[in-house]
Design a protein around this ligand. Structure first.
Ligand SMILES: Cc1cc2nc3c(=O)[nH]c(=O)nc-3n(C[C@H](O)[C@H](O)[C@H](O)COP(=O)(O)O)c2cc1C
Ligand SMILES: [Mn+2]
Length: 454
């Protein structure tokens, strides 16, 4: 049985044995060149990329690890057939992290004046980005009032030797609570952790629930954490590189623009600032990056499996007929949800749509019957075209709170929900789908031609 990988290096070794790790020996530039390579591998379903020589830096860069949906499943030790149920079980039995005493990411320690973020090979990704961004930093923080921890990926712009800008969600709520007490918010940023951790961090867990507990459950083993050097926090011990510091209270500095997950730039705007007080790393660390931009990118594939699985779990609790959930990359993994369900009541698909309007993934929701393959957009559009009566089955819900990054939003973070019920009515007779007896048994064995070796 496939096992989840607990460490990035082991996963890279595994990819190597499968011909899915390309070592790039030619010196590459952090400005655009690394991103261009990852763009190519995302567009072609290509290998993970190890940039062995980065111009001006000692530290190699790894990117494209999550450039395909299949690799995300592989690092979890899961398959298309079992991931939804495995997440379902994990979400029902979270596993707390386990503190250990030491970790290789403490082999080299820089503190105070020795700290210099500019020594890290942080790429500049897209043409109009305002500077280098850490795109695969796992940010861990703790609420000052409840003591509850949070783990998520947030983009961070390098703003000097010890300053970072940050765009965040739950962490921003924690910051506001710290600011109410005029306190800074300590954070630890880890780069190059075991691959299950970035995936688990995409669960939009209720505020106050630590996403590392899902990582532990998915791994079937607690995530090992170690104490930070300079702040009172623990963080994943598997990290390659660790950045410790605090979000400064009541300080905002302009951050951005940045080429985002929607496929468009988000404009510059004032954002919170992290002051870095320590950097630690392994003796020969790897700097891991993830491409963000027009779909499909790593950003989309990192989110896709955990979003589908966590929504499946949540929706199943209310609607036992839900069979599968898909967030296509064309919808930037969040703006378009397709759900297959077996209705137990005539209008249940509409209740399901109403529930989705209540989530943050509420822009376009298509509900189809369980006979439709929701991973096949053509089949979904066939169901919409033939099973939906627009006047009755299309539901608009204006002025919802939604994605902060949707370029079409009338105001930032505002959304109009559109639900399409493309399920057949239960009570009325609906024509049968055309089928030919024996169609599944036919195989077309095209005779091999001369010269073909396969
Ligand atoms: C590569 C990558 C980059 C991301 N960058 C950001 C970001 O800059 N800001 C943000 O709020 N969310 C970002 N996300 C999404 C969050 O990590 C995700 O929504 C997470 O569930 C938020 O956790 P939270 O609810 O604890 O804040 C990113 C996701 C990925 C995969
Ligand atoms: Mn959270």
């Amino acid at each position: 049985m496939a096992m989840p990988f607990l460490d990035l290096r082991h996963f890279l070794e595994y990819l190597d044995t499968r011909g899915e790790l390309l070592r790039i020996n030619k010196p590459v530039d952090v400005k655009y060149e690394i991103a261009a390579y990852i763009r190519k591998t995302c567009d072609t379903g290509g290998p993970a990329l190890l940039f062995e020589k980065v111009k001006g830096f000692d530290c190699p860069v790894v990117g494209g690890v999550f450039a395909t949906r299949k690799r995300v499943l592989d690092c979890l030790g899961m398959s298309e057939a079992d991931y939804a149920l495995k997440f379902h079980d994990a979400l029902n039995s979270l596993v707390s992290p386990r503190l250990v005493n030491s970790a290789p990411c403490k082999e080299v320690i820089y503190k105070g004046d020795e700290v210099d973020l500019r020594k890290l090979p942080v790429p500049i990704f897209s043409e109009k980005d305002s500077g280098p961004f850490i795109t695969l930093g796992i940010v861990r923080s703790q609420d000052v009032t409840t003591g509850r921890k949070n783990t998520a990926i947030y983009r961070m712009e390098i703003k000097g030797k010890n300053r970072l800008g940050i765009l965040s969600q739950d962490l921003f709520l924690q910051l506001q609570r710290a600011e109410a007490k005029n306190e800074a918010l300590p954070v630890v940023i880890t780069i190059g952790t075991g691959p299950v951790i970035p995936i688990a961090s995409q669960w939009k867990a209720p505020f106050g629930i630590d996403e590392l507990e899902l990582a532990g459950a998915l791994q079937g083993k607690p995530v090992e954490t170690v104490r930070a050097e300079s702040v009172d926090l623990d963080f994943p011990a598997s990290a390659e590189i660790v950045i410790e510091g605090s979000v400064l209270p009541h300080q905002r500095e302009v951050e951005g623009p940045f080429g985002e997950v929607s496929g468009y730039y988000t404009p510059a705007s004032p954002k919170p600032v992290i002051e870095v007080v320590a950097i630690t790393h392994r003796k020969t660390p790897l700097f891991q990056v993830a491409l963000t931009g027009k779909p499909p990118t790593e950003n989309h594939f990192i989110k896709q499996i955990p979003l589908e699985a966590t929504f499946y779990w949540e929706l199943r609790n209310r609607f036992p007929g839900v069979k599968a959930v898909h967030f296509p990359t064309s919808g930037a993994v969040g703006y378009l949800a397709i759900i297959a369900m077996q209705k137990n009541h005539e209008y249940e698909a509409r209740n399901l749509i109403a529930t989705m309007f209540g989530s943050l993934r509420n822009k376009f929701i298509i509900v189809v019957d369980e006979d439709v393959n929701i991973r096949d957009i053509d089949e979904v559009l066939w169901a919409v075209s033939t099973r939906c009566r627009p006047a009755e089955d299309v539901i608009l819900f204006p002025r919802l709170s939604g994605s902060a990054l949707d370029p079409s939003a009338q105001e930032p973070g505002a959304s109009t929900g559109l639900g399409i019920d493309a399920t057949r009515p239960r009570k009325e007779a609906f024509p049968d789908v055309v089928r030919i007896p024996g169609e599944d048994q036919v195989t077309l064995d095209v005779p091999a031609r001369g010269g073909d070796t396969k």
